[in-house]
Design a protein around this ligand. Structure first.
Ligand SMILES: [Zn+2]
Length: 283
């Protein structure tokens, strides 16, 4: 495979369609892979697989999956998804969006028409925006439980989310975040005694904070230092308390008011070692 650069992506600004030259094609497990110069498709990230891949079509052919690909500079081997032996953004590699289809969509050099399915994208963007807001609200509500100074989030609260997150999954219209409440978190200064009894009150306060932020209709934007897939993008939201910033490779709504309402539930595992936060957007 002869690859000269990383794929440029337009989804961070909300793009849903585009047309772009095909720069590579491949066969993998009976499927056809296609790489273009520039795409609106969001692929699953191999390092932090939070937001699922976009669906849609290329030249009218359904895209069955969209994954991250990587080729080392000067090399010919393309690695896909979990095969990639380095972390996202390694500068010695080209980072590619690989669209998978059940049939060929064109040859190298031809222009492909790319169209993302808008309803699923919007539902994922809503889920992702709600996920970040809920994390910030949880940080704020848990702030007075910390017993040692801890790194703060963009609003000045100890960043519980960053300190404890073990996985984050964006769903259409929601998210599911899992936090590890182990010894290392207690050593960082977050005691977990009494947490189970306090969870209903914590969830209620998180919900109240979200209601305020939705009513404020705070603008949301993605800052990108460049157009390449692996550029280190930042989610920024100008909330009444200040501007929050979170590193993020996903897609988002343009304002918190588009969420209408967000419901949050918190559950502690039986052994108390895992906290699950389920976020559901209505409207
Ligand atoms: Zn994100």
């Amino acid at each position: 495979m002869n690859i000269a650069g990383s794929t440029r992506v337009t989804y961070p600004s909300g793009a849903l369609a585009g047309s772009s030259p095909i720069v590579a094609t491949l066969r993998r497990n009976g499927e056809h892979g296609v790489v273009v110069t520039e795409t609106p498709f969001h692929p699953l990230d191999h390092t932090w697989p939070d937001q699922p891949a976009d669906t849609g079509t290329i030249n009218g052919v359904p895209v069955t999956d969209c994954v991250t690909g990587a080729v080392e500079h000067g090399a010919a081997t393309l690695y896909l998804g979990h095969e990639i032996p380095v972390r996202r953004g390694d500068p010695g590699w080209h980072w590619l969006v690989v669209h998978l289809t059940g049939e060929p969509v064109g040859d190298v050099g031809e222009t492909a028409a790319l169209a993302v399915e808008p309803d699923t994208r919007r539902a994922l963007s809503a889920g992702h925006t709600a996920c970040h807001l809920t994390a910030l609200a949880l940080n704020a509500v848990l702030a007075d439980r910390w017993r040692k100074p801890a790194p703060a989030d963009g609003l000045g609260s100890p960043d519980f989310d960053q300190a404890a997150i073990s996985s984050s999954r964006i769903l259409p219209g929601g998210s599911l975040d899992t936090y590890r409440l182990g010894k290392s978190l207690r050593k960082k200064g977050f005691p977990t005694e009494g947490l189970a009894d306090d969870l209903p009150g914590i969830a209620k306060q998180v919900g109240e904070r979200l209601t305020e932020w939705i009513a404020a209709d705070a603008p949301v934007r993605i800052d990108a230092p460049g157009p390449d897939l692996a550029a280190r993008r930042t989610w920024r939201c100008a909330l009444p308390e200040g501007e929050a910033a979170i590193p993020c490779g996903g897609t988002h709504l343009t304002g918190t008011g588009l969420l209408k309402a967000v419901d949050v539930t918190l559950d502690l595992s039986a052994d108390g070692a895992e906290l699950t936060m389920r976020t559901t957007v209505s409207g």
